[in-house]
Design a protein around this ligand. Structure first.
Ligand SMILES: CC(C)(COP(=O)(O)OP(=O)(O)OC[C@H]1O[C@@H](n2cnc3c(N)ncnc32)[C@H](O)[C@@H]1OP(=O)(O)O)[C@@H](O)C(=O)NCCC(=O)NCCS
Length: 132
């Protein structure tokens, strides 16, 4: 049975090695980025990390969910849905929660009530910052 915990206790860098499949330049320092997050939920299958979500928030108005990852062999078993439900519960009542995602994942998030909006992102590794 999958268990869910809202802390990174016991997670090692190696536990996070099977994620970010297909990313052109996957993040390093994965444990640090979870430790630096306002909220995390980790999915455990016994002593194996099989999924995680993190949130950054000001605690008053807004939150952003930068990462949601489920190991390929655990996808389509409800883990991602449970992670999102739990992190939204942990964040509590806010004005808004934002996510950026690829087109193929839009239907996944729409199930929770997320809506498409216009957004702008700065990605210096894809396009350098311009000072107008
Ligand atoms: C997207 C992701 C987190 C979903 O997690 P999951 O555990 O597979 O999702 P669940 O089993 O809880 O729910 C899956 C349901 O969501 C819906 N869904 C719609 N689009 C989907 C998509 N692109 N991927 C997965 N589920 C999708 C379907 O109804 C699906 O039900 P089904 O499995 O019966 O077809 C997972 O596929 C993943 O880690 N993908 C790679 C990383 C990624 O894209 N993360 C999102 C970053 S914004």
């Amino acid at each position: 049975m999958i268990k869910y915990r809202s802390d990174v206790d016991g997670v090692t860098e190696e536990d996070l090695s099977g994620f970010f499949v297909g990313w052109p330049s996957p993040p390093t320092r994965r444990l640090d980025l979870l430790r630096g997050s306002s909220r995390v939920v980790i999915a455990w299958d016994d002593d194996r990390v099989v999924g995680f979500v993190n949130a950054l928030t000001d605690g008053v108005l807004m939150a952003y969910l930068p990462l949601l990852e489920v190991l390929p062999e655990y996808q389509h078993t409800g883990v991602g849905t449970e992670l999102v439900n739990r992190v939204l519960d942990d964040l509590g009542s806010l004005y808004g929660v934002d996510i950026c995602c690829d087109d193929d994942v839009v239907p996944f998030y729409e199930r929770f009530g997320f809506q498409r909006v216009n957004g702008m992102v700065l990605r210096p590794h894809l396009k350098p910052r311009i000072r107008p």
